[in-house]
Design a protein around this ligand. Structure first.
Ligand code: 6LW
Length: 498
């Protein structure tokens, strides 16, 4: 059956997947956003629903230290004997594991693992659990290292041993994302090499023993570095899963690049069918594609519009770092936001901010907000945000004693746009397209008027490109007071759906 990639659109990097009977679970990285490590569920591999997040409590990890592109990196999800385990790296804190009997119902507190390197993974085999990361050996060459572990306590039970130096052994570059599997009498080691941009690739090795020696596969498993006309770049960092029919699949990250660069949507999650030849995994022509054929048992459905339900904090909302919960009041039919003295531009700020990944080049975000700012510099509205140094704001703001509708951009070189605003509620709409964003507004029941068109954010705004563009709500001020912005509705709709 035919399906389209990506299966998770917008900012969804470093996917990892596991299956329990007919249920599939997938996790991705979340960086400086909270809650951490979103968990998705599917029964067919192509229609996914977010059921929660592994890190729901913000006292557990040092979110307040997470600069743009830092924080939570590259999780792995595995299931063993009635228990789900997720391990990941929190930059500056190290590796940790959480566990849960029911991923939708919450996760344990993290136990830290005393093994360095990033992109940790787990293997359950023969009554033992193994942990691997890209920890280097004593000679400081890039490597994948393996140790035995107690996954409940995080205790490392054996010395860590180097098991592989990558396919390009003499000059590995960015050897990362290791996953070890026990399949049909072999231990397979899948890893990423080449760095997460245009040279990214998946390589493999295998051994009869979990400790090695591992023999490299003599070809690349996946890369789009040579496949220039696919509309995809940076394919790599993947994880294998066997479906309930005995077919194999790979989830991996890649981007849909724009003309100029890598992709401001960020790294997305793709799915590819896998076959086996000579006991090695094979992926079609070795590249990822936007339209694929695979042995699926259900059709891929169009993506539904996402609408905020202010009676609860939906798991899709992303906050920045360690949210100040007192600034968010989910009231059922509306959300009250207290403007923060922290601004979006503060590198380690904890501003009032909640957003979702921009899912596609073509989409529309709309909110109805009622805000009559009391102090100069107070503002509330929508933001297109990729980092503290890369964002737009489109808001109602008080300036020199009067209310305005204002558009501004990080960095200080943008000529802000400002028009007088009426009191009471305003509809703010951002219509995204490849060439940029159209910002329009409507007071009361009037028709929408275009305020301006702004170009997309740029590669400089995206830093290393680890994260992707988010679109959402924010409220900030110069001096905290008693004012509140009332959000009456918020939605994101894909305008060109599959
Ligand atoms: C992640 C690494 C990578 O840890 O990017 O593309 C890093 N791969 O495996 C951050 O997502």
């Amino acid at each position: 059956m035919r399906y389209e990639n990506p299966i998770l659109r917008g900012f969804h990097p470093d996917p990892s997947i596991c299956r329990v009977e007919k249920d599939y679970y997938l996790v991705t990285s979340s960086f400086e956003y909270f809650p951490g490590l979103p968990v998705y569920h599917s029964t067919d591999l192509v229609n996914w629903r977010q059921i929660g997040n592994c890190i729901e409590r913000d006292h557990l990890l040092p979110y307040e230290t997470a600069a743009a592109g830092q924080g939570m990196w590259a999780p792995t999800i595995r299931y063993h004997d009635g228990m789900f385990f997720v391990t990941a790296t929190f930059q500056g804190y190290g590796n940790f594991i959480v566990h849960s009997e029911n991923p939708a119902a919450g996760w344990s507190e993290p136990v830290s693992v005393n093994m360095s390197g990033i992109d940790p993974s787990l293997l359950f085999d023969g009554g033992k659990a193994y942990y691997c990361t890209n920890q280097r050996g004593e000679d400081d060459r890039e490597a994948i290292s393996l140790a035995e572990i107690d996954p409940m306590t995080g205790d490392v039970l054996s010395p860590a041993r180097v098991i592989w130096h990558g396919m390009s052994e003499d000059r590995p570059q960015y050897l990362e994302a290791p996953h070890v599997y026990s399949i049909g009498g072999w231990y397979y080691l899948l890893a990423a090499e080449g760095g997460t941009r245009f040279n990214h690739m998946i390589t493999a090795a295998r051994s009869r023993s979990v400790w090695g020696p591992y023999t490299s596969c003599d070809r690349l498993i996946l890369t789009n570095r040579y496949a220039k006309n696919t509309g995809i770049a940076g394919s790599g960092h993947g994880d294998l899963v066997e479906d309930q029919q005995g077919n194999w699949w790979l989830v991996h990250l890649a981007t849909r690049p724009d003309e100029a660069w890598y992709s401001l949507l960020g790294r997305e999650t793709f799915l590819l069918p896998v076959t086996w030849e000579n006991e090695w995994p094979v992926i079609g022509d070795g590249a990822s594609h936007l339209v694929c054929e695979g042995p699926l048992w259900a059709r891929q459905k169009p993506i539904e519009a996402w609408r905020a339900d202010f009676s609860l904090r939906q798991p899709q909302w992303l906050f920045l770092r360690k949210p100040r919960w007192e600034n968010y009041d989910f009231q059922g039919n509306q959300l009250l936001l207290t403007p923060s003295a922290d601004h979006l531009s503060d590198p380690l700020g904890r501003p009032t901010f909640l957003a979702l990944p921009q899912m596609d080049m073509d989409c529309t975000v709309e909110a109805e907000i009622s805000f009559d700012p009391m102090y100069d510099g107070s503002e509330a509205g929508l933001t297109i945000y990729i980092a503290d140094y890369g964002y737009y704001t489109f808001c109602k703001r008080r300036e020199n004693g009067s209310s305005t509708l204002a558009v501004d951009r990080s960095g200080g070189t943008f000529q802000p746009i400002c028009v007088p605003a009426k009191d009471g509620a305003v509809h703010l709409r951002i219509s995204a397209a490849k060439k940029g964003y159209c910002l329009s507004y409507a007071f009361n029941n009037e028709a929408f008027r275009t305020l301006t068109l702004v170009p997309p954010l740029t590669a400089d705004d995206a830093g290393k490109g680890f994260t992707g563009t988010l679109m959402g709500l924010y409220a900030q001020c110069r001096n905290s007071g008693e004012e509140k912005a009332k959000v009456i509705s918020f939605s994101q709709i894909l305008t060109a759906n599959r």
